[in-house]
Design a protein around this ligand. Structure first.
Ligand SMILES: C[S@@+](CC[C@H](N)C(=O)[O-])C[C@H]1O[C@@H](n2cnc3c(N)ncnc32)[C@H](O)[C@@H]1O
Length: 330
């Protein structure tokens, strides 16, 4: 194509701007993830540094660090003044502080790590072949950290739950993964005792490492095979119900595991039933592809409510980013 035939790069159409923004966003995710993964953001959050100082502190290749620095400045992640770069406190909160409600860093890292497996989409589209996550544990931990802190904050707001956990109760984490929520719960509610179950051998091995010196019991088991009865005050399912093949059975097993008056708490990304095109729903709508690749799909609010039909006081709380906390009582 001759140069004169190329479409003008500067278009006045809003659609063009939006689409162009998607390619910018792709690199934004990687600039943020690499800055976290390579420890560059962490270093810039301490002292302002020149590129040369950053290269030698991080012991990384100068050409890569230089390219990252100029991209990070252009993307507004770090600022530069008198030759020194720094990470502003507000950026630090969003990119590094896992407990901050505005924390987005884990999401960037999840997306970057997951994209390493997206070559498998070819197989999904051509033959419906799904693929278990293999970059998984690290990627999942990056993504669910935010959920955990959002759940802990919601528990602190709920007087009854907070008092129950503070006085000492029994909590079951169904699909506990690497056990990182249980570890967080234990450090906040030392008098309570915790059990986590998960069918993944890898996740359970990691969870047992975390639980070693704490009163946390980890069992390798799928939720469909749980036989607990009238034992727990709180049953938590964090981004795990979507993964269960027999959801009715899982919810029924959770109900049996609860004492009378106990609470089930489900944290899940839920697909909207309307407004599918709105900006606010775009992330979960895109994320459907990631789920489809793994052979999963997001549930809707209506589907979760149907699963909880035998519970009372079913409540949906929007935690943000299409993630909901659903609580219900036995
Ligand atoms: C996205 S991870 C969430 C892990 C953990 N709840 C967290 O918040 O970090 C989903 C977890 O559900 C587990 N899982 C999948 N199918 C399950 C089933 N049938 N019963 C229980 N857990 C299951 C997976 O092994 C995985 O560890």
């Amino acid at each position: 194509m001759a140069r004169a035939d190329l479409p003008p790069l500067k278009s006045h159409s809003a659609d063009f701007e939006r689409l162009f923004g998607y390619s910018v966003g792709f690199f934004g995710v990687w600039v943020a993830h690499l800055g976290r993964h390579m420890g560059l953001l962490e270093r810039l959050a301490g002292n302002p540094m020149s590129i040369t100082e950053l290269v030698s502190a991080a012991k990384l290749h100068p050409r890569a660090v230089e390219a990252w620095c100029s991209a990070a400045i252009a993307y507004g992640l770090v600022s530069k003044k008198k030759g020194k770069m720094r990470l502003k406190p507000r950026m630090k909160a969003m990119l590094l502080d896992r407990k901050n409600p505005d924390y987005l860093g884990g999401q960037f890292s999840y997306l970057a790590l997951r994209s390493l497996e997206y070559g498998a989409f070819e197989g999904l589209f051509k033959s419906g072949k799904t693929r278990e996550m293999s970059s998984s544990l690290g990627a999942i931990e990056q993504a669910t950290d935010w959920d955990h802190y959002a759940f802990l904050t919601a528990v602190r707001r709920e007087k009854n739950l907070r008092q129950l956990l503070s006085k000492g109760c029994r909590l079951l984490d169904v699909g506990c993964g690497t056990g990182s929520l249980l570890a967080k719960m234990h450090s906040e509610y030392e008098k309570s005792s915790f059990v986590g179950i998960d069918p993944s051998g890898k996740a359970v091995a990691r969870a047992r490492g975390i639980a070693k010196v704490k009163p946390i019991k980890i069992i390798k088991q799928a939720a469909e095979s749980m036989t607990f009865e009238d034992e727990f005050d709180l049953v938590y399912l964090g981004e795990s119900l979507y993964a269960a093949r027999d959801k009715e059975r899982v919810v029924s097993n959770c109900r049996r595991a609860l004492k009378n008056g106990g609470t089930i708490a489900i944290v899940e990304g839920l697909l909207p039933e309307s407004n599918l095109q709105s900006d606010g729903n775009r992330l979960i709508m895109g994320m459907q592809l990631d789920f489809a690749l793994q052979g999963y799909r997001f549930m809707t609010e209506r589907e979760v409510a149907k699963l909880l039909i035998k519970f009372s006081r079913v409540r949906f709380e929007d935690l943000g980013g299409s993630v909901y906390l659903v609580t219900a009582g036995k």
